[in-house]
Design a protein around this ligand. Structure first.
Ligand code: BDR
Ligand code: CA
Length: 311
């Protein structure tokens, strides 16, 4: 079996899907969630990316709102498309995507029942709403997930709020449900992702690659890096792409076991991931990436983008 990807389809999500495909992980299906933008826009982004980059994977639209509370998106930072650009935007195509992410994910988890249970690995790149929906309605299928690698959370401080990383903040109850159901979680948090940075000088090799999407990828990468530049930082992490490197090349990462919980109540700290590494303070229920071979991870990501630009 290949992997399943759950995503809110911003630019780092697109780069992540490219890294997964180039690493030969085999993508069996993609489910969409709200996040970087409302679901309607996420669907448009997915349909456009699938067309521009000739993706063969089936894509299904999923949840448009969190388990509880109000819809939160990142359009305040990323713009209405959930994806800034320094020029070209994804070409618009009609959104003919199917709905039914819940049913498709359940069907994928039901496959190959038998004595030789296959690995069922999910890569989640946004709020965990779709995964929580399966765990709640079909706990028997939730238990079949052998590994959930998730870009989200933060061991230290947040990005969307001072306390919380965006994917955790946008649906903290979903993360709580995933943890409560004992789904084996590998968290790739903000701190790990920020060990791997892309800078403005990384754009030129993509722009000169000469393929039909070279200019498009160069403009989108420039727009994404500009988010950091505008805030006085010299470089930006392609968060979701780093998380896929951790899944596809686990030897790049030093994993640490931990007790991970999520704050649901705090007025200032809602969505904060609380990471306890002292074994005496509670049974470990997850692992997080503590250290990554940043040079290797960066090379994998940039080589992937260059290959896509050359194609
Ligand atoms: C995460 O939030 C989203 O905006 C990005 O795509 C990434 O998954 C970073 O906090
Ligand atoms: Ca994402």
């Amino acid at each position: 079996m290949g992997i399943w990807i759950d995503t809110d389809m911003g630019f780092d999500d697109i780069a992540a899907i490219m890294v997964a495909a180039h690493a030969g992980l085999g993508i069996d299906g993609i489910s969409l969630t709200f996040g970087n933008a409302p679901l309607e826009q996420v669907r448009r982004n997915a349909a456009s990316a699938a067309s521009a980059f000739v993706w063969p994977f089936p894509i299904y639209a999923g949840r448009e709102a969190p388990v509880l509370g109000q819809l939160e998106t990142a359009t305040g930072i990323l713009g209405a498309a959930g994806m800034p650009s320094a020029g070209l935007m994804l070409p618009q195509v009609p959104d003919e995507l199917e709905g039914g992410a819940f049913e498709a994910l359940c069907a994928w988890l039901e496959q190959n029942e038998g004595e030789e249970e296959p690995e069922r690995r999910i890569m989640a790149l946004g709020p965990l709403t779709n995964i929580a929906a399966v765990a709640l309605a079909r706990p028997d299928l939730g238990r079949r997930i052998t590994e959930l690698t998730w870009m989200g959370g933060s061991v230290t401080a947040g990005n969307h709020t001072a306390s919380a990383e965006f994917n955790a903040f946008a649906d903290p109850e979903a993360l709580g449900i995933v943890l409560a159901h004992g789904i084996p979680l590998k968290m790739i948090d903000l701190d790990l992702c920020r060990q791997v940075l892309c800078a403005p000088e990384d754009v030129a090799p993509i722009r000169v690659a000469g393929g039909r999407n070279a200019e498009l990828l160069a403009d989108l990468l420039t727009g994404f890096i500009d988010i950091a530049i505008r805030r006085g930082r010299p470089a930006m992490s392609l968060y979701d792409a780093v998380a896929v490197v951790a899944l596809a090349y686990p030897d790049t990462v030093t994993w640490q076991e931990a007790r991970i919980d999520v704050e649901l109540a705090g007025g200032l700290t809602r969505g904060r991931t609380v990471v306890e590494t002292r074994a005496a303070r509670g049974a470990f229920n997850a692992a997080f990436g503590a250290q990554i071979d940043a040079a290797r991870a960066r090379n994998i990501i940039m080589e992937t983008l260059r290959a896509e630009a050359t194609w």
